[in-house]
Design a protein around this ligand. Structure first.
Ligand SMILES: Cc1cc2nc3c(=O)[nH]c(=O)nc-3n(C[C@H](O)[C@H](O)[C@H](O)COP(=O)(O)OP(=O)(O)OC[C@H]3O[C@@H](n4cnc5c(N)ncnc54)[C@H](O)[C@@H]3O)c2cc1C
Length: 393
């Protein structure tokens, strides 16, 4: 159970009043699952650099994998606010848990749902929704991160199959995955999506060890050495970078919500600890400097909550632009990492201990501020949107 009473989770601007009964029910059920399943084991998993056993099937059972995918394909058919609230609650547990659900939902199920054939949807989506199969998403390469258009991974065309060569790096869940949605260049140099299955010869997924961040999540490479991919595994409905970028839009939206959860966990812990911890004869919460920190945390969390709620309504109406999503991802991740670092200081020496979540969240958020577009790249996206001038290259 969390260190603080769940009644102290902030809703300073009564955003709950903007949510439906269904939203609240979903949010609260994921909240209690995180309290009972994730929190008791997350520190040990992160300390041991091990993923939580059975996590994906648990996430499938609570409906956290592809929540907005239609029920026909094993999803829950929920709206975007529900998806956001689920991500928020998962990341209150740990960014690794939210990352697992984000990748499976937005980077694996979403492209299959959006760009796949009916046969591909029926074959893959129900197993991904239940967590029986684990998916990964291969875009980043050793030599090409922020600039995926320069990717080297490519395939050639043969009678009934493609031959895929190249490699992807920093891939969430690569060592565990049963299949990967891989973005590669076709013989004409166009980016296409391929579904690569674990059993395909020449496909390997070495693990990336020694991370100081997202330690409860497996990261690895996807290596393709003349992998024979059947032609029916090509995603037929998309060509060009808009394929992977539309997946990233969906995942970045989820991250904007998710990191609010990490910030809430740090904020609530800091409030509780500062009320209990006494120095100079009174609770440290009674000192102005500590109150300034708490007041600023609450202000920033509230702003981020309002931003996400509005973005969610735009997304439900299919009106959220990629630049609006970038702004929210950049703002909210910075908000959360600042709160994790500052709240850690409020616990003094205890702040570095595994009994409290701040170091874990702060370290995790170093990955979150880097993946799905770095903090600086999102700034350039906003700059481009303001000026119409591309400052990337
Ligand atoms: C734990 C983890 C999990 C990940 N999971 C996945 C995954 O599942 N699938 C996947 O495909 N990828 C994944 N990634 C990769 C992630 O998306 C990339 O790390 C990220 O896009 C940055 O790429 P890079 O690391 O190559 O950095 P680079 O692109 O080399 O950037 C290095 C620095 O240069 C800056 N920079 C780059 N270009 C410019 C520019 N034009 N102007 C100014 N500054 C610039 C960047 O902001 C950054 O600060 C993951 C990464 C991590 C750490």
């Amino acid at each position: 159970m969390p260190y603080y009473p769940s009644t102290s989770i902030p809703d300073y601007y009564l955003i709950d009043d903007l949510l439906t009964k269904e939203h609240l029910l979903i949010r609260d059920s994921v909240r209690s699952w995180v309290d009972s399943f994730v929190l008791p084991q997350i520190d040990q998993a992160a300390q041991d650099h091990k993923d939580i056993p059975g996590l994906m099937k648990e996430l499938g059972a609570i409906g956290a994998l592809g929540p907005y995918i239609p029920q026909k394909y094993g999803g829950m058919g929920l709206d975007q606010i529900s998806y956001g609230l689920i991500m928020q609650e998962l990341e209150r547990g740990d960014s690794a848990v939210r990352s697992a659900a984000s990748v499976q939902s937005s980077l694996v199920m979403f492209p299959i749902y959006k760009f796949g054939s009916e046969d591909q949807k029926l074959k893959y989506l129900p197993k991904l929704a239940s967590g029986e199969w684990i998916g990964s998403f291969g875009l980043t390469e050793p030599n090409h991160g922020s600039d995926p258009s320069s990717m080297e991974t490519h395939f050639t065309e043969h009678e009934d199959h493609y031959l895929l060569n190249g490699s992807k790096m920093w891939i969430t869940n690569a060592p565990l995955c049963d299949l990967a949605v891989v973005w590669a260049k076709d013989p004409e140099g166009k980016v296409r999506g391929l579904i690569v299955e674990r059993a395909m010869e020449g496909f390997s997924t070495p693990e990336t060890l020694n991370k100081w961040s997202l330690r409860a999540s497996k990261t690895g490479e996807l290596v393709f050495d003349n992998v024979k991919v059947p032609k029916e595994n090509l995603l037929p409905e998309v060509s060009g970078l808009k394929g992977p970028l539309s997946c990233l839009n969906s995942a970045r939206y989820g991250i904007s919500w998710g990191v609010i959860g990490a910030a809430i966990d740090c904020y609530c812990t800091a409030v509780q600890y500062s009320l209990e911890r006494k120095q100079f004869g009174k609770p440290i919460a009674g000192f102005q400097l500590q109150q300034k920190k708490l007041a600023e945390f609450l202000t920033e969390i509230t702003k981020a909550q309002l931003l996400c709620w509005r973005l969610g309504t735009l997304k439900n109406d299919d009106k959220a632009s990629p630049a609006q999503i970038s702004l929210a991802k950049r703002n909210n991740v910075k908000m959360a990492i600042d709160i994790a670092r500052e709240s850690r200081q409020m616990l003094g020496g205890m702040g570095i201990m595994g009994e409290f979540p701040m170091m874990r969240h702060a370290a995790n958020l170093e990955s979150v501020i880097t993946y799905e577009g770095t903090h600086d790249i999102h700034l350039l996206i906003t700059g481009h949107d303001i000026t119409g001038i591309n400052a990337f290259s």
